[in-house]
Design a protein around this ligand. Structure first.
Ligand SMILES: CC(C)(COP(=O)(O)OP(=O)(O)OC[C@H]1O[C@@H](n2cnc3c(N)ncnc32)[C@H](O)[C@@H]1OP(=O)(O)O)[C@@H](O)C(=O)NCCC(=O)NCCS
Length: 158
C-alpha cells in the first residue's frame, strides 16, 4: 500500500474514490458520497486529501480531513472491501497525522458510530482517545445510532 497526499482532486480520481466510498459505507448502512460531492468538499481551502494505491497503482483507500487553525477533523476514511486488513487505513492516518502536524495541527478528531468495531479498533490502535459520545448522531436505515468522539493529540505523533 502506497499512501500519498493529493493536493488537487481531479474528476477521474474523484470517480474512483466515490466507488471506494460507496462500497466501504454500504456495509455500514450509510450512503456513499458522489464524485461531485467529493470534488466540492476537496475544493474548499480547509480540505486535505490522502490516497493509498495498491500494487497496480489503483486507488484502494482514502482519507479526507479538514484543517482549521490548529484543529483537524476526519471527514471520512474508507478502504475498498477487497483491500482491507493490509494496513491502508493505518498508513493513511500515519502520513495524514504527520502532514497535519507539520501544518500546525495540534488535535485530530472524528466521530464514529458506536457499532463500528473495525474503525474504533483502528483509531484506538493509533492512540486516539474517546472523549465523549453524541446521541443519535448517525442516520441508519433502521433508525439513528450514537457516535463515539475520538481525539488524537498530534504532539508526539509520528
Ligand atoms: C475502518 C477501515 C477504514 C479500516 O481500513 P483497513 O485499511 O482495513 O485498516 P488497516 O488494515 O489499516 O487496519 C489497521 C488496524 O485497524 C484495526 N482494524 C481494522 N479492521 C478491523 C476489524 N475488522 N476488526 C477489528 N480491528 C480492525 C486493527 O487494529 C488493524 O490492525 P491489524 O490488522 O494489524 O490487526 C475499513 O474497515 C473501512 O473502510 N470501513 C468502512 C468505512 C468506515 O467505517 N470508515 C471509518 C469511519 S470514521
Amino acid at each position: 500500500m502506497r499512501p500519498e497526499r493529493v493536493p488537487a482532486l481531479d474528476a477521474e480520481l474523484a470517480a474512483a474514490l466515490a466507488e471506494i466510498h460507496a462500497a466501504a459505507f454500504a456495509e455500514e448502512g450509510a450512503r456513499g458520497w458522489s464524485a461531485a460531492e467529493l470534488l466540492g468538499l476537496c475544493a474548499r481551502p480547509s480540505a486535505r486529501l490522502w490516497v493509498s494505491r495498491d500494487a497496480e497503482g489503483e486507488p484502494c483507500a482514502f482519507l479526507l480531513c479538514d484543517l482549521v487553525l490548529d484543529e483537524a477533523e476526519i471527514l471520512t476514511l474508507a478502504t475498498a472491501p477487497e483491500a482491507r486488513r493490509q494496513g491502508a487505513a493505518r498508513g493513511l492516518l500515519t502520513l495524514g497525522g504527520a502532514d497535519l502536524r507539520a501544518e500546525g495541527a495540534q488535535l485530530l478528531r472524528l466521530e464514529v458510530a458506536t457499532d463500528n468495531i473495525s474503525a474504533s479498533g483502528l483509531y484506538q490502535s493509533l492512540g486516539f482517545q474517546e472523549i465523549a459520545r453524541r446521541k443519535a448522531y448517525f442516520q441508519r436505515p433502521d433508525g439513528r445510532i450514537d457516535a463515539r468522539i475520538f481525539l488524537l493529540d498530534l504532539q508526539g505523533f509520528a
